[in-house]
Design a binder for this molecule. Structure first.
Ligand SMILES: Cc1ncc(C[n+]2csc(CCOP(=O)(O)OP(=O)(O)O)c2C)c(N)n1
Ligand SMILES: CC(=O)[C@@H](O)[C@H](O)COP(=O)(O)O
Ligand SMILES: [Mg+2]
Length: 589
């Protein structure tokens, strides 16, 4: 289809010149534009297709960027980016030096708040609305667009609870498509389902009970209807919520029919919607699948094992256990804080909870980790997925802080397996019931071992191991799967360098460490987490405490935020790709 209208629009002011009856044509063009680019460049598809009409209506009716619009999570903001000055850059979405896959304040004045993690929009918009009022601006509009899964999070409720006792001029648009990445869960989801079919929506209205004016539910794909509703809401004062019903993946048959897969489908054929078939060769497993299959295997033998995920059953592969053992594996929704304390409660009763959380999202539950788990020394098993650099999702999603933020918590065991087999062995060890909480971190993506389903053995807590012993001044100490970059380097290097793998960052293997420090003058530490407070700093502390004179060079994530690109590109930028590790060694030799 040839573009008639989209090519004329650079900014919302161009959009506002169109007549009402041109807008549905524009919606079709915008939808095709998103599909065509995401088909080859990859990214979050389904959510963006679901808000095409809403995006057009919002920028048409409201005076953006003077009126402030915040997209919750921001994975649905592709049409917003295209209509706000970034159409010509959209083909660089999520690539190194390209535009971000999420709204970002430094990228555009239309991106009023940086997002990536969910459920922040209501608080952010309330803050903006209060600021406008204090500055004497009573006409400015403040709009949060939040999904049905994100509004069920504690933080969103905190925002609603506060907003309901203010006269803030704010509009929350609840984009209800009954699904997050996986189907939405919980009592609120059941309530919203009833509201959709008109079951006692007025008398039992939870939103009105929170002092919001409630409007809807309305069809979020009916563009003329949406325009009318928004125009009408513009003149209503105080906190208000518009409930719209949409279909995730709208307009692409496969995406509508398989919403979980098409949340972020990878490459697909733009014309047919078919996914690009995978190569026929056997691949090593994804680390998430090593976790997902292993926990199920362990749970079959040990009835005390429980699985918990906050809203990521597919991403974490806990779904395998959820399918077979629905009473012992829980998706609690976007509720990281609850997930951690729920696990703590279970641990007090002798259960062995495995709480699987992406590294970046566990940041949300830091106090729960300290106060509810570690302080009481409850043996919760944290399976920290997506640890390290995650690639295209960028700064909001890299799992680079968890070593530092768990390393400093008393009682925590902090572990980072080298490969799939060690991950399995650690999960097995944790299933034997430890005396402490443990974090086991592993990365996004695939390992390297095809034959990984070996019998499991217990891992001695706090023991490191030598992978390559050389008569050399230099030793590399690595932790976690980044150790394979070190091995790749050493495979291609004629110089002699020793290599040790520290599966445990805490407790450190002090005995072996002393031996290593006696044998080698120069130590290079390698980790895929932040250097400050990380593994390398633990080695430096040990050297200082023992008044040893070794020179320590720490490789890891530097003290700045790392943006998007492929994981390999970003590792290179941080100096932890195998070629950059090699450069460091050659410089020191
Ligand atoms: C704190 C946090 N936890 C988990 C995620 C992962 N995540 C991204 S989108 C999403 C689902 C959002 O669903 P919903 O709010 O209904 O929006 P939709 O995708 O349906 O538009 C989840 C769980 C996240 N971004 N932030
Ligand atoms: C928007 C969001 O937070 C998720 O969709 C995230 O991008 C998933 O990451 P994975 O692709 O690593 O599961
Ligand atoms: Mg949803």
């Amino acid at each position: 289809m040839k573009e008639k209208l989209l090519s004329r629009i650079k900014y919302p002011q161009d959009l506002r010149k169109l007549s009402l009856d041109q807008l549905p044509i524009l919606a079709q063009e915008l939808r095709n534009f998103v599909i065509n680019i995401v088909a080859t460049k990859e990214g979050h598809l389904g959510a963006s297709l679901g808000v095409i009409e809403l995006t057009i209506a919002l920028h048409y009716i409201f005076d953006t960027p003077n009126d402030l619009l915040v997209w919750d999570v921001g994975h649905q903001a592709y049409p917003h980016k295209i209509l706000t000055g970034r159409k010509d850059l959209f083909h660089t979405n999520r690539q190194l030096h390209g535009i971000s896959g999420f709204p970002k304040r430094s990228e555009s004045e239309y991106d009023t708040f940086g997002v990536g993690h969910s459920s922040t929009s209501i608080s952010a918009v309330l803050g903006m609305a209060i600021a406008s009022k204090l500055k004497g601006n009573i006409t400015k509009q403040h709009i949060a667009v939040i999904g049905d899964a994100s509004i069920a999070s504690g933080m969103a409720f905190e925002g609603l609870n506060h907003a309901g006792v203010t006269d803030a001029n704010m509009l929350v648009i609840l984009n209800d498509n009954s699904i997050g990445i996986d189907p939405s869960v919980g009592a609120l989801k059941e309530y919203l389902t009833k509201a959709k079919v008109g079951y006692k929506p007025k008398t039992d209205n939870i939103i009105e009970a929170l002092n919001f004016s409630y409007f809807g539910p309305v069809d979020g794909h009916d563009l003329p209807g949406l325009l009318k509703t928004l125009e009408n809401l513009k003149n209503k004062k105080g906190p208000k919520l518009l409930h719209i019903i949409t279909t995730k993946g709208k307009g692409l048959k496969q995406a509508e029919e398989n919403q979980v897969k098409y949340h972020a489908p990878g490459k697909f054929d733009a014309a047919t919607g078919e996914l690009v078939p995978k190569k026929d060769t056997q691949e090593p497993p994804k680390f998430q699948d090593v976790f997902g299959h292993t926990i199920l295997e362990l749970a079959r033998k040990n009835k005390d094992i429980i699985g918990i995920t906050p809203a990521m059953p597919t991403g974490s592969s806990l779904k395998y256990m959820m399918e077979e053992m629905p009473d012992r594996a829980f998706d609690v929704g976007i509720a990281e804080q609850h997930a951690v304390t729920l696990a703590a409660g279970m641990a007090t009763q002798g259960l062995i909870p495995f709480c699987t959380i992406y590294s970046t999202f566990l940041q949300r539950a830091y106090d729960q980790l300290i106060h509810d788990v570690a302080l009481q020394n409850l043996p919760v098993v944290f399976c920290i997925d997506r640890a390290g650099l995650v690639g295209a999702d960028g700064a909001t999603h890299h799992g680079v802080f968890d070593i530092a933020y768990t390393n400093c918590i008393p009682n925590m065991i902090v572990a980072a397996p080298l490969d799939e087999i060690e991950l399995r062995n650690l999960l097995y060890t944790a299933s034997l019931r430890l005396d402490n909480p443990i974090s086991i971190r592993y990365p996004r993506g695939r390992g390297r071992i095809l034959d990984w389903k070996k019998d499991m053995t217990e891992v001695p807590i706090g023991k490191a191991k030598c992978l390559l012993e050389m008569d050399s001044d230099i030793a590399i100490l690595s932790t976690g799967t980044i150790g394979s970059n070190v091995s790749d380097t050493l495979d291609t290097l004629s110089a002699k360098v020793s290599h040790y793998h520290f599966c445990f960052i805490k407790p450190l293997d002090k005995e072996l460490l002393k031996e290593i420090l006696q044998k080698h003058k120069i130590i290079i530490t390698v980790e895929d987490g932040v250097i400050k407070g990380g593994f390398g700093h633990s080695i430096i502390s040990f050297v200082n405490e023992n008044k040893l004179g070794n020179k320590i060079y720490t490789l890891g994530i530097p003290d700045n935020f790392i943006h998007h690109g492929t994981t390999e590109e970003l590792q290179d930028i941080c100096g932890i790709s195998s070629s950059k590790i090699k450069e460091t060694i050659l410089r020191l030799l």
